[in-house]
Design a protein around this ligand. Structure first.
Ligand SMILES: Cc1cc2nc3c(=O)[nH]c(=O)nc-3n(C[C@H](O)[C@H](O)[C@H](O)COP(=O)(O)OP(=O)(O)OC[C@H]3O[C@@H](n4cnc5c(N)ncnc54)[C@H](O)[C@@H]3O)c2cc1C
Length: 441
C-alpha cells in the first residue's frame, strides 16, 4: 500500500493534488469540515481554464461555463474608463463555484481519493519537529504527509510551533474583506460598461465592481478594512448613482468573506507538511484570484512528491516544491504584492492622476488567463518609473514611486536568489531577505 497522505480541508489546490497523488498510488484522505454538497459560495468565479489540464483534470462540460467578458476599469472620479482587450483564446472562464467544486471532487473520487466530510481540523499533531497528523473534532489522524489546504486562516498552519518559522496570520493590509451579492435588475437602461471595475471609489481604499447580467446585477465591494451592512447600504446607493441597474433585492450571495492578497508564504514546507492554495497565500495579490494558481501549484507539489524515490516527505525533499513554485509563479506574485503596497500611500486624486495623465493605459490593465503576477504584465516596473518621470508632473506621486520600485526590485532579486537546495541556515537567511521589503513599507 502507498504511503498515507492527509489533506486538511477541501481547498481547490488540495483536492487537485490529492487526485494526482492518489492516481500515482498514494493512499489519500481529505478531511473537510463542511457537509457533503454544501461547499463553495452562492455565486460564480472567474478563473483560467488552462491549469485544469496542467493538473490532469478534464475541462468541465461546456454547458457549465461561459467565457469572461472584458472588464472596464474606472478611475475614482470616473472621468476615465479603460477597457481590457483580452484575446479570445486567452480568456478566463466563469463558472458557478459549486459546479467547480463538484467537477474537482468527482475527478478526485475517480482517482481514488477518500473524503471525510463534517470533520473539523483543529490543528497539527507533531512528533518533535515533524508534522505527523491532524487533530480533529473526531480524534487524531496520522499520515506520512499532511497537505494543508484549509485556506487563509488554516488551523494547521496557525498552530505550528514558532520555531518551524512558518508565518501564521496575515497583516490587515494583506487580505481584503469582500461583500458580494447578486441584486435584481432595477432598470432596463443599457449599462455604460457591462463589467465595470472601480478603484478607490468614494475615496475608499479598495476595489468594487458592478457586472450587468441579463437577470441580475453582480455587485462586489472589496476593502482593506472591515465594514458592515450599514456601509454596504450606503455604498451601494453611491454605486446606484452611476449604475441604476442595481436593484434593492438580494437574489443570491449577500455575504462578507476574506481573501488573502499578499506575497506567498516565505516557508510553505516542513518535515511532513506542505501548504497549498490560500493556506500558502497563492492568490494574485491585487485581485485575489487563486483557483488557477493553486491548480498550477498542485501539479508542482505532486511532481515533487512523485519524483522523490525515498518518499521521506522531509523538508529537504519538499523544498523542491517551494523552489519550483517560486521559479514559476511565486516570484511574479511576490513582486505584485510588493507593488500593491504602494496603494495605501496613494490618495484617490493621485489614482485619478494615473488615469488622467495616460500613465495607465488599457494595455496595462489587460491581463489574460496566463496572468501570474507582475512578470505577466505588459510593462516592467522600471519602465513605468521611467514613463512616470517623463509624463508625471505630480511631485507627490513622483516622491512615492521610487520606494515602490525599490521594494519590487528587492523582492524580485530575493526570489531569484531562492536556494535551490534546502539547508536550515540558507533558508533562514533567504526568508529574512525575502520578508524584509514587506515589513517596512
Ligand atoms: C468570495 C470569494 C470570491 C473569489 N473569487 C475568485 C475568483 O473569481 N477566481 C479565483 O480564481 N479565485 C477566487 N477566489 C479565491 C479562491 O477561492 C481561492 O484563492 C482558491 O479557492 C484557493 O483557496 P483554497 O481552496 O486553498 O482555500 P479555501 O477556498 O478557503 O478552501 C479551504 C477549504 O478548507 C475547509 N476548511 C477550512 N477550515 C477547515 C477546518 N478547520 N477543518 C476542515 N476543513 C476546513 C473549507 O471549508 C474549504 O473547503 C475567491 C475567494 C472568495 C472568498
Amino acid at each position: 500500500m502507498g504511503k498515507k497522505i492527509i489533506v486538511a480541508g477541501l481547498g481547490h489546490g488540495g483536492i487537485a493534488a490529492a487526485a494526482q497523488l492518489a492516481r500515482a498510488g498514494y493512499d489519500v484522505t481529505v478531511y473537510e469540515k463542511k457537509k457533503e454538497g454544501t461547499l463553495g459560495y452562492d455565486w460564480t468565479d472567474i478563473f483560467a481554464p488552462g491549469p485544469l489540464a496542467e493538473a490532469g483534470i478534464p475541462m468541465p462540460d461546456e454547458s457549465k461555463y461561459e467565457y469572461k467578458q472584458d472588464m472596464t476599469f474606472y478611475s475614482p472620479s470616473e472621468r476615465v474608463a479603460l477597457e481590457q482587450h483580452v484575446p479570445e483564446d486567452d480568456r478566463e472562464i466563469k463558472m458557478e463555484r459549486r459546479d467547480i467544486y463538484e467537477h474537482l471532487i468527482n475527478h478526485a473520487l475517480e482517482c481514488g481519493v477518500k473524503i471525510e466530510y463534517e470533520t473539523e481540523v483543529l490543528g497539527p499533531v507533531l512528533l518533535g519537529n515533524r508534522v505527523v497528523g491532524i487533530n480533529t473534532d473526531k480524534g487524531d489522524y496520522y499520515g506520512d504527509l499532511i497537505i494543508d489546504a484549509c485556506g487563509m486562516l488554516s488551523p494547521v498552519r496557525m498552530n505550528l510551533p514558532d520555531h518551524l518559522g512558518i508565518e501564521k496570520e496575515p497583516a490587515r493590509i494583506e487580505y481584503i474583506t469582500i461583500y458580494r451579492a447578486f441584486y435584481n435588475v432595477a432598470s432596463d437602461e443599457e449599462p455604460e460598461a457591462k463589467f465595470k471595475v472601480m478603484l478607490f471609489k468614494d475615496n475608499k481604499l479598495g476595489m468594487s465592481w458592478v457586472a450587468s447580467e441579463e437577470d441580475h446585477t453582480d455587485v462586489l465591494i472589496g476593502r482593506f478594512e472591515n465594514f458592515d451592512m450599514e456601509e454596504v447600504e450606503r455604498f451601494t446607493d453611491v454605486l446606484r448613482q452611476t449604475s441604476p441597474r442595481i436593484g434593492r433585492e438580494v437574489l443570491r450571495g449577500g455575504q462578507f468573506v476574506k481573501i488573502p492578497v499578499r506575497h506567498p508564504l516565505s516557508l510553505m514546507v516542513a518535515d511532513g507538511y506542505a501548504a497549498i492554495g490560500d493556506s500558502a497565500f497563492m492568490t494574485v495579490p491585487l485581485i485575489g484570484s487563486g483557483i488557477a494558481n493553486c491548480l498550477r501549484a498542485s501539479r508542482i507539489l505532486a511532481d515533487s512528491i512523485i519524483s522523490d524515490p525515498t518518499d521521506s516527505f522531509s523538508v529537504e525533499t519538499l523544498w523542491k516544491y517551494q523552489y519550483n513554485f517560486y521559479k514559476s509563479l511565486g516570484s511574479g506574485l511576490a513582486a505584485l504584492a510588493a507593488g500593491k503596497l504602494l496603494l495605501p500611500k496613494l490618495t484617490a486624486d493621485e489614482v485619478d492622476y494615473f488615469f488622467d495623465s495616460g500613465m495607465i493605459t488599457s494595455d496595462d490593465i489587460t491581463f489574460g488567463a496566463d496572468f501570474v503576477g507582475l512578470s505577466s504584465m505588459s510593462f516592467s516596473f522600471p519602465d513605468l518609473l521611467n514613463k512616470a518621470k517623463h509624463v508625471c508632473k505630480n511631485t507627490d506621486i513622483l516622491k512615492k514611486l521610487p520606494a515602490a520600485g525599490a521594494r519590487i526590485s528587492a523582492v524580485t532579486a530575493a526570489c531569484a536568489g531562492i536556494p535551490k537546495r534546502y539547508s536550515p541556515d540558507k533558508v533562514r537567511s533567504w526568508k529574512k531577505i525575502y520578508e524584509m521589503p514587506f515589513k517596512n513599507y
